[in-house]
Design a protein around this ligand. Structure first.
Ligand SMILES: NC(=O)C1=CN([C@@H]2O[C@H](COP(=O)(O)OP(=O)(O)OC[C@H]3O[C@@H](n4cnc5c(N)ncnc54)[C@H](O)[C@@H]3O)[C@@H](O)[C@H]2O)C=CC1
Ligand SMILES: O=C(O)[C@H]1O[C@H](OP(=O)(O)OP(=O)(O)OC[C@H]2O[C@@H](n3ccc(=O)[nH]c3=O)[C@H](O)[C@@H]2O)[C@H](O)[C@@H](O)[C@@H]1O
Length: 473
């Protein structure tokens, strides 16, 4: 099928590349001419494991191309994906101006022949009908007679860092539309994924496809992100209770996660959730509820719990170091999660802000962030290129992002570079006993100190390792 994907951020580029990989003819459009040039030269503008190679292979096979010319994309595509950003406005509402510009542009360039216009971006509930009206406005501005199209909501559930795996192994595909013709085309488009032709476990039953009305599909996306964020805020709240009563939140998470009604995933306590979507999507859902006269108290608490949790490391540093003014704190990791270079709404940024406000000096080492150009807030800190340079002269380290390579660091050596080695493990990612043996004062999130549980802890850790605590990727 002929597909046009408009917007080549994470979602647009991954969608375009994966649809080409399953055999469709894909043209990706972006209004950032520099980005388009980069992609035309075969380079991916984002870091996502496996993406650059798959992109190059599909360009070479002639199934994938890039343009800055929306007209070309609209004319060629039978299915047009809108995949531009929908960031949060200061009010918490979603900023739909990019979606609006694209919808208008599509209308201006419609050239006859039936088209399916797909909202892949996470758009406020009710946007499907609104997009239809904007496209028709564009048609009028372009003096065209061509209004042969339907709008579909097809929300995206991929995670950064495992985006290709998620695309080929989705838990479900949601298609929201009232048009049989559009639903049929979308089902044809996704058939190779539904029948698991590109899946890691091809013998599994077909991927469930849920066909709904537009509004329900749009609501599913917000409800899914809000539920996951609430689940994390819940376990973080439990971790704060664990800290006070002396329980270990990793064991509590195991204990509740073994109940299949709860499950293990998204129960890792830590320094809070961040990223380009959870924060803006939960806020947008609260905003929508307010617009419709409902006070979404649970979701507001989800946000507030997370706001506090993102600064939990400061509290723990103050307990050990007391005065932070003049102290040097080293951050292991900056990105909001591993395997991405994305810093959007990363908990590290809140921490940097608070630590510098309190007069501490902040250093950081992240495997993918080497320049302060990645984010304006990084100009306040010193970036190092390895863990040794980070630890040198630090009063404490804080693990922010669970990069796999951080498990392999020589912590005995790192401890030797610090006067009073202290580490706050913001993701409960490191082996508490090994770190303590390496000479660190190890402080987890919602976990008793090693010296308090002594010989019992190693056995407990063995049990933790036996269980699939992490989401499969
Ligand atoms: N990042 C993620 O992991 C996920 C994002 N989403 C949703 O997908 C949407 C896109 O998110 P990201 O990919 O992160 O966005 P992004 O902000 O990384 O990328 C958006 C892209 O759209 C381009 N663009 C903006 N206006 C344009 C126009 N008029 N014409 C052509 N291109 C234009 C920009 O240049 C940019 O390359 C958002 O609604 C987001 O909530 C959904 C699931 C996962
Ligand atoms: O709409 C989106 O953009 C996407 O948002 C999330 O994906 P993503 O933001 O890439 O990352 P997650 O793996 O969900 O992690 C989000 C945040 O929660 C934190 N987290 C996650 C899981 C956990 O148990 N504990 C926890 O603190 C992570 O560290 C990270 O800061 C959802 O998981 C995707 O399904 C969705 O498509």
């Amino acid at each position: 099928m002929q597909v046009c994907v408009i917007g080549t951020g994470y979602v647009g580029l991954v969608t375009g590349v994966c649809l080409a990989q399953i055999g469709h003819q894909v043209i990706c459009v972006d209004n950032d001419a520099q980005k388009v040039k980069l992609m035309q030269s075969g380079q991916s503008p984002i870091f996502e494991p496996g993406l650059a190679q798959m992109m190059a292979a599909n360009m070479e096979a002639g199934r994938l191309e890039f343009t800055a010319d929306l007209r070309v994309g609209v004319e060629r595509g039978e299915i047009l994906f809108i995949a531009v950003g929908t960031p949060a406005l200061p009010s918490g509402a979603s900023d739909t101006r990019y979606v609006e510009a694209v919808a208008r542009g599509i209308g201006q360039h419609l050239n006859g022949g039936y088209k399916v216009i797909v909202n892949k971006s996470t758009v406020p509930i009710g946007s499907g009908d609104w997009v239809r009206r904007i496209v028709l406005d564009g048609v009028a501005e372009g003096n065209s007679e061509h209004t042969n199209f339907d709008v579909v909501s097809n929300p995206e559930f991929l995670r950064e860092g495992s985006a290709i795996y998620d695309t080929f192994n989705p838990d479900r595909i949601v298609i929201g539309s009232s048009s049989e013709r559009a639903i049929d085309l979308m089902q044809q488009l996704y058939a190779p994924i539904v029948t698991r032709q590109f899946a890691q476990y091809p013998d599994l039953p077909p991927v469930p496809v849920l066909v709904t009305d537009l509004t329900s599909a749009e609501t599913i996306k917000y409800a899914a992100n809000a539920f996951l964020a609430t689940k994390i805020s819940f376990i973080n709240e439990v971790s704060n209770i664990c800290d006070r009563v002396g329980a270990d939140v990793t064991l509590v998470a195991q204990g509740i996660g073994l109940d299949t009604r709860i499950g293990h995933k998204f129960l890792q306590a830590g320094i809070g959730w961040g990223g380009s979507c959870f924060p803006k999507d939960v806020s947008a859902l609260v905003h929508t509820a307010t617009d419709y006269g409902y006070d979404a108290q649970l979701l507001k608490s989800t946000i507030e719990t997370n706001r506090q949790q993102r600064l939990i490391a400061v509290e723990k540093l103050q307990q050990v170091l007391k005065i932070l003014k003049g102290k040097t704190i080293g951050l292991l990791g900056l990105t909001f999660k591993p395997d991405t270079d994305d810093l959007r709404d990363a908990p590290a940024l809140d921490l940097i802000d608070r630590l510098t406000h309190l007069g501490a000096k902040v250093k950081a080492f992240d495997p993918l962030i080497s320049s302060a150009r990645s984010h304006p807030d990084l100009t306040k800190i010193t970036l190092t290129t390895n863990a040794e340079d980070l630890a040198m002269g630090c009063d404490a380290l804080v693990l922010i992002t669970e990069w796999q390579e951080f498990q392999l660091l020589d912590y005995t050596h790192l401890a030797s570079l610090m006067e009073r080695p202290t580490i706050v493990d913001g993701r409960n990612y490191l082996d508490a006993v090994a770190l303590t043996n390496a000479g660190f004062d190890y402080i987890g999130i919602g976990r008793p100190r090693v010296d308090l549980v002594e010989s019992v802890l190693p056995n407990r850790l063995t049990q933790i390792d036996d269980l699939p605590l992490k989401s499969a990727a």
